[in-house]
Design a binder for this molecule. Structure first.
Ligand code: GDP
Ligand code: ZN
Length: 472
């Protein structure tokens, strides 16, 4: 690094607050080593090479008291996360020790880091681009195998690489436009136009693919809300309990805000499903309370990403099932899975009859159909597999690129880029002036540049990094 951007040295606790076996206090900046050395027992520290560990004691220079036995990890600029000199002090993880260590380092000239400031420095010093910096936050928050993989890919620059290629092609496109401008209107060759159109179509295709991947990205990052609906006694609560019992990786138990709803999260094959049990649906609710429950159920269905319609095989006809699904999803673009319950009570022919009639439904669209005996823990694996397949299948098939966009900010920027590229396309089709095409192209390039931070404002950086915790 030729020129250090920051002259001050920041410090923060980088592990979660609260008691733990160990805590890590991190310093970054030109005086990181000197400040540490001033309170550390091992006097050779200032001369030590980067990527080394040093065991010793931290001592309060004023009182002479030993604060803790620690291990100091030393990283020399530019071979560190922030590209600055970085010191990580592993001390014992009591609040008291951590407070003492921090106070000591602050007294010796360090400044308490702001939220996300280490990562912000890494970005501003060129260690990461903006999309990669955001992936640091995603990686820390990742709580399923898939969200972890996506964040890691983004951190390693997979997404950034794809964007760079995209920008590269657009710049090539812009260069061709310039060429056209140089030649002047009448000299433009037809082949150039076709070339431009082809290049534009290609780039628009990639942007559209990335935008489609956001559907899956969102699901990976935030989970899928699946509402279980059906008539009273269909077995909804039994099914929910069975699904939760099956799966050991229960993330959290969220008691519903009302008695009608029980929510819980289950991780299936790397995807987080949030199942919502609802009050039973009945055409003629028995009383006011039940009527309210039914209304709330419909409301929940509207907010869901997936409707799991559960019915008792012995109590309903295929026609009734179809009618209720239709009524529940009226006006909604909602994927539905029909689940026939209580196979243990039904004749072996019953599922076949449902399969035959439901699959040839008038709607034309095929509703996946699964049979279970929730009370007997039967058919649950097939149901889980069908759920994963439905969610991932539909989203992944649409995702040609290996990159999955998970960040709303990125999706918005891609939308902006897509809109400007569409304008360029329209301009080409209608023979609009080259100057106008070039202007739209610049807007598209700017939108893509915002994702990786090639184009960024202080406001944008602040809004991104303040979402981080202090210490990151
Ligand atoms: P909900 O009103 O839809 O939540 O239905 P429940 O989960 O409370 O179940 C209603 C009744 O059906 C209970 O007595 C359950 O034990 C029973 N039940 C649920 N699943 C099955 C099943 O697969 N087989 C049989 N035989 N009974 C079931
Ligand atoms: Zn119930």
């Amino acid at each position: 690094m030729a020129q250090a951007l920051f002259s001050d040295t920041i410090v923060a606790l980088s592990t979660p607050p609260g008691a733990g076996a160990l805590a890590v206090v991190r310093l970054s900046g030109p005086a990181a080593v000197a400040i540490t050395a001033a309170v550390f027992s091992k006097k050779s520290l200032p001369e030590a090479a980067g990527h080394t560990l040093h065991y010793g004691t931290l001592r309060d220079s004023a009182s002479g008291d030993v604060i803790d036995e620690v291990v100091v990890a030393l990283y020399r600029a530019p071979r560190s996360f922030t590209r600055e000199d970085v010191v990580e002090i592993s001390c014992h993880g009591s609040d008291y020790v951590v407070r003492q260590v921090l106070a000591l380092l602050l007294r010796h000239g360090a400044r308490l880091a702001e939220a996300g400031e280490f990562t912000k420095r890494a970005f501003l010093n060129g260690a990461l681009d903006l999309a990669q910096a955001e992936a640091v936050a995603d990686l820390i928050a990742a709580d399923s195998a898939l969200s972890h993989r996506v964040a890691l890919n983004q951190l390693r620059g997979g997404f950034s690489q794809e964007l760079r290629e995209l920008r590269g092609r657009l710049i090539k496109f812009a260069a061709l436009l310039e060429l056209e401008l140089d030649f002047g209107e009448e000299d433009v060759e037809f082949a150039d136009r076709t070339g431009l159109a082809r290049l534009l179509a290609e780039v628009r295709g990639v942007v559209a693919g990335l935008l489609r991947s956001f559907e899956l990205g969102n699901v990976i990052k935030n989970g899928i809300t699946a509402v279980i609906a059906g008539r009273p006694n269909a077995g909804k609560s039994t099914l929910l309990n069975a699904l939760l019992r099956e799966e050991r990786a229960i993330v959290s138990a969220i008691p519903g805000t009302t008695r009608d709803f029980i929510e819980d999260e289950v991780s299936l094959d790397g995807l987080r499903f949030r199942f919502v049990d609802t009050a039973g649906l009945r055409d003629n609710p028995a009383d006011e309370v039940e009527a309210i429950g039914v209304r709330r159920t419909r409301q929940r269905v509207r907010q869901a990403a997936l409707l799991l319609y559960l019915f008792d095989l012995t109590q309903m006809t295929p026609g009734e099932v179809q009618a209720e699904i239709k009524e529940l999803t009226e006006g909604l673009d909602l994927p539905v899975m029909a689940v026939g319950n209580k196979t243990d009570l039904a004749t072996p022919e019953t599922p076949k009859a449902f399969a035959a009639e439901l699959r040839t439904g008038e709607s034309g669209a095929e509703t996946p159909l699964v049979f279970v005996a929730a009370g007997q823990n039967q058919g649950l694996e097939a149901l889980q597999a069908a759920l994963v397949a439905q969610v991932r299948g539909s989203a992944l098939e649409n995702t040609a690129s290996a990159t999955i966009v998970t960040n709303v900010r990125h999706a918005r920027a891609l939308e902006t880029a897509a809109a400007h590229l569409a304008a360029v396309q329209a301009g080409l089709d209608t023979g609009r002036g080259t100057e106008l095409l070039a202007a739209d192209l610049r807007h598209a390039l700017a939108a893509l540049g915002e994702i990786t931070g090639e184009i960024s404002s202080e406001d944008l950086l602040t809004s991104i990094f303040t979402q981080f915790c202090i210490g990151k």
